[in-house]
Design a binder for this molecule. Sequence first.
Ligand SMILES: *Cc1c(COP(=O)(O)O)cnc(C)c1O
Length: 369
Amino acid sequence: MQEFIKNRARQEIFKLKPYTPGKPIEEVKRELGLEDIIKLASNENPLGPAPRAIEAISNMLSELHLYPDANCFNLKKALSGFYDIPITDILIGNGSDELLKLIAETFLSSGDQIIVGKPTFSEYEFAALIMGAECIEVPLKDFTHDLPAMLAAITPKTKIIVICNPNNPTGTIVNRTQIKEFMDKVPDDILVIFDEAYYEYVENPDYNTGLEYLAQGRNIIVLRTFSKIYGLAALRVGYGLTSTEIAQAVERVMEPFNVNTPAQIGALAALQDKEHVQKSRELNSQGKQYLYNEFKRLGLTYVPTEANFIFMDTGADCREVFNRLLKLGVIVRTGDIFGYPTFIRVTVGTEEENQRFIASLEKVLKDLK
Ligand SMILES: *Cc1c(COP(=O)(O)O)cnc(C)c1O
């Protein structure tokens, strides 16, 4: 069996690193016998799903025996109106994760290269490696994508550059001017992906979405998701905004029923739930401010964020901090997987969750001294 896999599986799969997900609440309950647990590890919306989505999904359950609309027509139509772009320029995926994989399947062959930041979201590398492509990682500067260095990393093999904006795990953005300078120089035969999963949380007026470069006819894909501010991570719906030509190419490699019906219906309802989005944004903004103030009080440094999570330096071994927080029922993400062994990434929670996180962190760091 061992020999069989070694000789017969595609060699590319042995380069893949398994994804490290946020530890699930149920697992912590099982392993530590704890009941009252808060998860601030996966940037989920602490207010839960958009209420309109819950209602819409409840009303469709008797239709679960029918295959989904393979074309996601209603959801595409709503997004088309929302962004004022043609319906043919929209891709819907089983999460934006799936779209990243489909984009890789559409564009990448063995020996090609993609360029990403370091650290950034791990799915870009994953998608590239599956196709046998190489992932060139360009270190961030001041926790922010270094776009000139990414341009300098271009080779004749470069097919895709990914800009995660705001970046996960650092929460930083590249601003309007930086994007313009980059887009002015990047050759048009390179596909630029703007992953804007946290777009709705951004408060900085210097932020600019990649969308305006679509209108200029550039070869780009803007990725967004219903997993974050809309609170629908379990449904798995993400979307891409791009040109008709790119959308049609990516749809060639797509499974016919990649997005299930509750997901299509829930996403459509969530898109219209402006109140939930607004509330979530406000809660996040207040939570950020509270956490910043508490970090300052505790003498801890953090990276100011434009998203719903904060990358912060505990000044101690992050695995140790993680395990001790876990025992107090607080799940966060360690920075070592991103190359920062004293950092953690914490999702901004409800007021109560944030207070509990701070009290727990304060206790853990005092115990560690
Ligand atoms: C959470 C996240 C996504 C969204 O993934 P889905 O598959 O849509 O749930 C995409 N990109 C980044 C950077 C993320 O953090």
